[in-house]
Design a protein around this ligand. Structure first.
Ligand SMILES: *Cc1c(COP(=O)(O)O)cnc(C)c1O
Length: 389
């Protein structure tokens, strides 16, 4: 469809008018079960009453004031994130890429301030996705994102995920940090093993460098723990968040240790909108839900159930051959085309999202129930039959 928009997205020809919980209603009257969640964003589902009320209440009072002033709801959100993580401090911005940019700048200035300005390089993993700014496409290292945009931002070295020997080789006197997603999303649902993360932690400590986790997609309860790295028990020095933190309201965050925070002094970094009262009220409302008793246990239970049902549908392996991931961040390894499976599922009323490695991601809202899992699996069964016929 030709329009006044820049043509940078290959859009699916459907427009949604409203949502409720796990469902989206299209303008043409069709209803879909949403296992894409706006790419892992709408984790509390659509039109969540608590989130909507917080947004409305705050909109009546104040949208934005600037970080020139104290913002009590920002302090409160930081305290809550810190109390529930490895971190001592939080910084707020507006998107995932912006959070990763801030994390990269923190790693560089940390070493520079501590007398090692030569340490600016960052080791990243093959298949990583960290955003679309110039530095974050360099961090991701994917040719399809870099080609045509001139010289790649200097200072990124890539290793294969879970290859600890390669990580040891890659760390040198100019290395500032290692940056990984504990569970890769865009790359095709690939998990960093616990031994790998523990090895990176030891390597970072030994070299005096920082370990950064990008939990923009796998964090905020998506895997059944608040942070995906909790499955390994290995904590980072810096962690980036975005996506589900605002349940659809744009927000990004960087959590870090005191030692890292200490070097980002006034004037070194900033953002106009980051942490404004409207974003903060929404994110605090999201945390109210996610920190409530039983929320994460529900995600874990639904994740196990969905996985078990999906594994039963692997069948004769003509459509997908494997289910991987954790909690409600699951990927099907397609044997045919992931795009074809996504389209067939949509025909059956189920939204999903493709990923690299010819995978199909299932990222349902975390509030999903057993009946909706049954509904999704029935749609998958029909879609597989349609593809195989
Ligand atoms: C989505 C994503 C980003 C980029 O977030 P934007 O808000 O699109 O800039 C970065 N890292 C990971 C792991 C992501 O999933």
């Amino acid at each position: 469809m030709s329009s006044a928009l820049v043509q940078n997205y290959a859009r699916i020809d459907v427009a949604f008018e409203r949502g409720e919980g796990a469902y989206l209603h299209a303008e043409d009257g069709r209803r879909f079960l949403d296992f894409a969640s706006g790419i892992g964003v709408n984790s509390l589902g659509h039109a969540h009453p608590g989130v909507t009320q917080a947004l409305k209440d705050q909109a009546d009072k104040l949208l934005h004031v600037s970080n020139l002033y104290n913002i009590p709801s920002q302090t409160r959100l930081a305290e809550r994130l810190v109390a529930n993580s490895f971190a001592d401090r939080a910084f707020f911005c507006n998107s995932g890429a912006e959070a990763v940019e801030a994390a990269l700048k923190m790693a560089r200035i940390h070493h520079s301030t501590n007398g090692q300005p030569e340490r600016y390089r960052v080791v990243t993993a093959v298949g990583a996705f960290h955003g679309r700014t110039l530095a974050t496409i360099a961090a991701g290292g994917q040719a399809k994102h870099l080609d045509g945009f001139g010289p790649k931002v200097e200072g990124f070295d890539q290793i294969a995920l879970n290859d600890l020997d390669a990580a040891k080789q890659a760390v040198g006197p100019e290395t500032a940090a290692i940056l990984v997603e504990p569970l890769q999303g865009e790359g095709g649902i690939h998990m960093a093993d616990s031994e790998f993360l523990a090895g990176l932690r030891a390597l970072a400590d030994e070299a005096g460098i920082l370990l950064i986790y990008d939990e923009i997609q796998c964090g905020m309860g998506r895997t059944g723990k608040l942070w995906a790295h909790e499955w390994s028990g290995v904590t980072p020095d810096i962690m980036t968040l975005a996506k589900a933190l605002g349940n659809g309201f744009p927000i990004g965050a960087v959590l870090c240790t005191e030692a890292v925070a200490a070097t980002l002094v006034p004037g070194k970094h900033g953002t106009t909108f980051g942490g404004n009262p409207l974003a903060m009220s929404v994110a605090n409302a999201v945390l109210d839900e996610m920190l409530a008793d039983g929320f994460l246990a529900h995600v874990e239970r639904m994740g196990a159930l969905l996985r078990e049902r999906l594994e039963k549908l692997i069948g004769n392996k003509r459509v997908f051959s494997e289910v991987r991931g954790k909690g409600l961040m699951l990927g099907l390894q397609c044997t045919g085309s992931n795009l074809e499976l996504m389209a067939a599922l949509r025909e059956e009323g189920l939204l999903s999202v493709v990923a690299d490695s010819n995978a199909l991601r299932l990222l349902p809202p975390l509030i999903i129930d057993e009946a909706q899992i049954d509904e999704a699996c029935a749609a998958l069964q029909r879609a597989c039959a349609a593809i195989e016929s």
